[in-house]
Ligand binder design. Sequence first.
Ligand code: DSN
Length: 478
Amino acid sequence: MSRNAESTAFRSALEVVRGVEPRVADAIAAELADQRESLKLIASENYASPATLLAMGNWFSDKYAEGTVGRRFYAGCQNVDTVEALATEHAQELFGASHAYVQPHSGIDANLVAFWAVLADRVESPALRKAQARQVNDLTEADWFALRRELGNQRMLGMSLDAGGHLTHGFRPNISGKMFDQRSYGTDPATGLIDYDRVAEAAREFKPLILVAGYSAYPRKVNFRIMREIADSVGATFMVDMAHFAGLVAGKVFTGDFDPVPHAHIVTTTTHKSLRGPRGGMVLCGPELADQVDRGCPMVLGGPLPHVMAAKAVALAEARRPDFADYAQRIVDNAQALADGLLRRGATLVTGGTDNHLVLIDVSGYGLTGRQAEQALLDSGIVTNRNSVPQDPNGAWYTSGIRIGTPALTTRGLGATEMDATAELIHTVLSQTTPGTGPDGAPSKAKYVLDPAVAESVGKQAADLLTPFPLYPAVDLG
Ligand code: DSN
């Protein structure tokens, strides 16, 4: 697409929106301006391409399409079939998976589809078999009670939240924690790394139906071959949630033991993080689970979002291009440059560094909580998020960590030199911020003191750092 075409497309779209509700058009334009100006280090965010964004804003949004390609519950789905088949084909080719299901609306939806598929495949329940054979009318009340008891009584072993695991891997605030009897494995307190012997021990003791690997705040590679061996040794189904690092798998930075697809029975992901697609989810699996996975809608999903599936097809096509592998490698190179820059300036990093796209700073080394650090950085034009560290004394709300990631800044084109400058800005803010007090003079985990002149100076330097790397350079909204 020419630069002119991109500007025309987005300008025209905003003009049409402005004709109905100008405040929405203004908010959309303001969002672009804000994103252009901020040093975005949120590890789970990125910038999708103009082609991906534009593929979402159209009449595919108007279509119902429950079912699967060629087997829909609504008439007139031939064009939805085209884009869903394309997204599926690109996903299969990109990840080397025999089956892909591109309908999940988000990561939690993808995980729910996977959980259901595994339960339906693995739980020995005559009532469930009858239900699946569409003999629902033959089920007695006793069958239904048995079914609920059997499905709701299964075990899941996943990574603990404070070690970097995800809420949807069986934790209480999430429905997965109510569906499963969950236990978690942590990391070695001395190294911050997964201790595979401890995982194996936990698996032997707990005998989970599902062993989950995957994380949202663990800065290291996971050896999926070893995890699969552990799952096999206790007869568990091995599931990997690769939402955070799907781009590194797609770009062949994670290969061999570190590529989950050949090792896991089922893999879930979002499409909008390091993979740089539209906001959505996806499931990959082998033939054994494919039929169950394809029942995601209507089992746990509403009608698919055809406009988002169209955008997934575009983004996955982009990820199959050779330059995506280069992008994925630069994500990791940048994260390592950022980690090195922080370490050289005296920061404490969980695990002492990174080999993926994210870095977790233990800000207790600066005498701060994660919440204080997050806000002080935000005041200085640096967008991050607070995160628990292993055995966090400040809990999940205040936390002791700041999670930073490089997929978004790498998309903008920043490299190692800018990562070192970013480390300097982060260190300046954190070392010059002090904990504040509440109205009663007592120490506060939220209040902080940062000289506004420091925040302003860092904000200006952050903006200068971004100037040579314009975001959506071809989009001029006038
Ligand atoms: N909210 C995402 C993240 O920030 O990691 C995961 O769901």
